[in-house]
Design a protein around this ligand. Sequence first.
Ligand SMILES: O=C(O)CCC(=O)C(=O)O
Ligand SMILES: [Fe+2]
Length: 621
Amino acid sequence: MDDNSLHENRFVRDEDERPKVPYNKFSSEIPVISLKGIDDVEESSGGIKSRRAEICEKIIKACEDWGIFQVVDHGVDTKMLSEMTRLAREFFEMPAEEKLRFDMTGGKKGGFIVSSHLQGEAVQDWREIVTYFSYPIKARDYSRWPDKPKEWRAVTEKYSEDLMGLGCKLLEVLSEAMGLEKEALKDACVDMDQKVVLNSYPKCPQPDLTLGLKRHTDPGTITLLLQDQVGGLQATRDGGKTWITVEPIEGAFVVNLGDHGHYLSNGRFKNADHQAVVNSNTSRLSIATFQNPAPNAIVYPLIVNEGEKSIMEEAITFMDMYKKKMSTDLELARLKKLAKAKQQDLEKAKPIESILAKRLADFSLCHPVSVCSCQILLVEINLAIVCRNIVAYNPDFEKRILEAAANSNGTYILEMDDNSLHENRFVRDEDERPKVPYNKFSSEIPVISLKGIDDVEESSGGIKSRRAEICEKIIACEDWGIFQVVDHGVDTKMLSEMTRLAREFFEMSAEEKLRFDMTGGKKGGFIVSSHLQGEAVQDWREIVTYFSYPIKARDYSRWPDKPKEWRAVTEKYSEDLMGLGCKLLEMLSEAMGLEKEALKDACVDMDQKVVLNSYPKCPQP
Ligand SMILES: O=C(O)CCC(=O)C(=O)O
Ligand SMILES: [Fe+2]
């Protein structure tokens, strides 16, 4: 989330998705409901409604209107809430390295992630999150819960427990509102699941172009959101045309109804359609607690009133509902992208179309407009789309023009993968692209045998020693700064071993490789080059790297531990290459007319780093 990020456009939303109302212009449309007396069920004298009935009515109305309300006097200890927020702030303020100890990339269940590292999203959210799975208790994996700040575990456990209580209480009210038993919604969840997501939205230099969290509905039953006083949560009821900003209220929870709650009420209760915006003044913190059904819970309306139809065609499990939601979202995003690309093509085509028409007219002043002259003109301008528009009246001509255009380099399409297609992350400027084939080999770089490199004796008759000969050849590399050596004395079996291990490493699953993820500035490990930050265009490679000398600085925790011979072989490789490297430096020192040891000494304590590059085959090399 540095300067680069805005330039890369990774966070820039389509215009129709950008914020429409300010983060701090608060609306009071979302009701704030006090839960004081929610357990008081007695009718008051004279038929006056009980406090519980009053609260119920308010909640029902809010769920029918927006699927959102705020609760105060909810009984959750406010001191504990401030403790929770303080810990969350402290967590996000820790250095990246500390947070990345709980890195969630690679599909891990819980931990820390910079939202922009999530894969598969065309545009990224401006936020960092830390998340933990708290219910069912038996499924808790504390190894994915932060262990810093030190009170984290105790406080988050308490927070989860209290919010589970509040969540269930609210579900009771909603069940009653549907004319069902108190426990109906809870029971429909089978074994209530809870996931807590702490959102940190850094302040943003260009908040009008991006979102902290894009528009969505939560998939589960209900969500309890604790937010700070900054503001940024927005809701819409008309599909995103108009928005309101929910007013932050100290100590209140914003309650959002999710898709599951929406379906179970047969659509009577809305699923809150919401997003989070960011601002350039201050960062913002929110803590979302998702109360979800068990993955195998059945999703289907609990009641379908007379004269109504079920809003669901068939009963499905929550897991299937969730998967369907994700794939629908992705599909919608894809269609939107396509529509946008098409629109852009049309817009691009327009002005050029008129240029072309004018040029055609000019042309026809001196030449009768013929297929041939058109073709010259079109190839000159080199735009396939325009060609298609202009010459559509002649299918045969169109075909030939399109062929010509396809063979030219004006408008080809990249297909490295769907993502890069749009992002062009790997496409180099023309002047940087390869100029000669990868397999048309040159013999300009000398290949030098090192056999006899230690043999310094002059042969009889003043014939140069073998060492002197080699030295001369190496000096001839003044031309390129590159030469190849053979007969170098390094065991070739060990070299094949090294290559085999490297291949095996790169062939392991992403998850396995990412155990040594090098993002966040770690010293050594695995990285996909395209994950390197700060490069405008990315290299088409993956690497694994280890720091081997000085020995005392080796950090084996950053060396792969698989395949199992890795450490032994790489250590030997490093040692032998250190030897060979030093031998060559001796030669170069002598070539400079210095003591053998001069170059080595100038290095003080020779450092060695080994980088293994894997270049996947590439559809558009
Ligand atoms: O940060 C916010 O206000 C909204 C968070 C949210 O909607 C979510 O985490 O699902
Ligand atoms: Fe949400």
